[in-house]
Design a binder for this molecule. Structure first.
Ligand SMILES: Nc1ncnc2c1ncn2[C@@H]1O[C@H](COP(=O)(O)OP(=O)(O)OP(=O)(O)O)[C@@H](O)[C@H]1O
Length: 363
């Protein structure tokens, strides 16, 4: 078990600043995920921790020991790659033994270590196969077994499931998490798949533009996104536009509704209020707002029945798009394009962003 501290890591590729003063503390045994869109710097950060890239400045500590200037093979980290990176000319056993042989471990010790790693990833039966005789999921297990066989202090994984089909990806993510928990191995995982990140992680670290936007538990990231980027990137969200008037009140242009008084708010500043689709209610006709509920008149644009859920797309009278996810009821199923409805949500469910930046709950 090992803690990892990343202090002020900065890394450029020529004029491109890929990582800007990254600070991260990872607790021993945690499953820590770097999540962000393509180009946000997550692979660069992972490879800098692994020692495949060197930072321009900053410190990386594993259990309090600086590793940032060590060569990759001395850092004690295991790495699992997106493209499996198994050696095609070596059997499953020899692939898993590869790192142990390179560490000059005696063959008497290699055998039980390989057997144990194959047992953990449930590949004992296929130990003698060659990689071309394995499925993608099995090859990725070989990659994982090879990484854990050398007893790394930290396990690094770069989009390990992204080459697998959707069903296998879901199966394997549960299995990866189980293995990681059983072994108590501190893991840093890279993905651009937000559902995967939420499902697997103790901590999700959302990155954009080489900067950490928020690092918190999956629930916290979803429920209390720190800024508009996180609110938009993680899960679906509605954004209703507005501004702060000369009295310092936040007013939604959607409905001329005052949603909050903002002390020290700068007049004419733009605001946005976000609300998750599952928090939006839809009902026929027009209903007034109450202290707790914000309501918006509008019309149905499209209704899609997707089994367990009904997805409703609408437009408010002042032009904002609204999406709601609801339990299908016969009344809602009877709605048609163009029907007048009221969209409503509880203030508790809404987050106010001033200048599109830091978010805070409405109520
Ligand atoms: N070798 C390189 N030379 C120049 N620029 C690079 C190099 N590698 C990455 N970059 C740039 O650095 C930034 C971060 O790239 P990085 O690969 O870390 O992003 P990422 O979040 O992992 O993206 P992806 O999900 O597409 O792999 C991007 O702007 C990218 O274009």
């Amino acid at each position: 078990m090992a803690s990892v501290d990343i202090v002020n890591i900065r890394k450029s590729y020529g004029p491109v600043l890929a990582l800007s003063d990254i600070d991260i503390q990872i607790e021993s045994g945690a499953f820590f995920t770097l999540l962000g869109p393509s180009g946000c710097g997550k692979t660069t950060l992972l490879r800098t921790i692994a020692g495949f890239h060197f930072q321009d400045s900053g410190t990386i500590l594993v259990n309090g020991r600086e590793i940032q200037n060590m060569p990759a093979h001395k850092r004690g980290v295991g790495m699992v790659f997106q493209d499996y990176a198994v050696f095609p000319h070596l059997s499953v056993t020899d692939n898993v033994a590869f790192g142990l042989k390179r560490k000059k471990i005696s063959s008497a010790l290699i055998k039980p270590k390989v057997a144990e790693a194959l047992r953990i990833v449930q590949l004992e039966e296929l130990a003698h196969r060659m990689p071309h005789e394995l499925s993608g999921g099995q090859q990725q297990r070989v990659g994982l077994a090879r990484a854990i066989a050398v007893d790394p202090t930290v396990l690094l994984m770069d989009e390990p499931l992204s080459n697998l089909d959707a069903k296998l990806r879901v199966d394997l993510r549960g299995e990866l998490r189980r293995i990681q928990k059983d072994m108590g191995m501190t893991t840093i995982y890279v993905t651009h798949d937000q559902e995967e990140a939420l499902a697997m992680s103790d901590v999700v670290c959302v990155m954009f533009g080489g900067i950490i936007q928020q690092a918190a538990s999956p629930f916290e990231i979803y429920r209390n996104p720190a800024n508009r980027f996180v609110a938009n990137f993680v899960g679906a969200n509605n954004f209703l536009a507005g501004n702060i008037d000369s009295q310092g009140d936040a007013i939604l242009t959607t409905s001329d509704l005052k949603v909050r008084s903002i002390e020290g708010g700068i007049s004419d500043t733009k605001i946005a209020v976000s609300v998750r689709p599952e928090a939006v209610n839809v009902s026929r006709g027009s209903h007034a707002a109450s202290d707790d509920m914000l309501t918006f008149d509008g019309n149905i644009r499209q209704i899609s029945f997707i089994g367990r859920e009904l997805e409703v797309h609408g437009k408010t009278h002042l032009g904002d798009d609204v999406r709601a996810i609801l339990r299908p009821t016969s009344d809602l199923l009877g709605l048609a394009e163009g029907d007048p409805v009221t969209f409503a949500f509880n203030r508790d469910e809404a987050i106010l962003f001033e200048n599109g930046e830091t978010g805070r709950r409405l109520s």
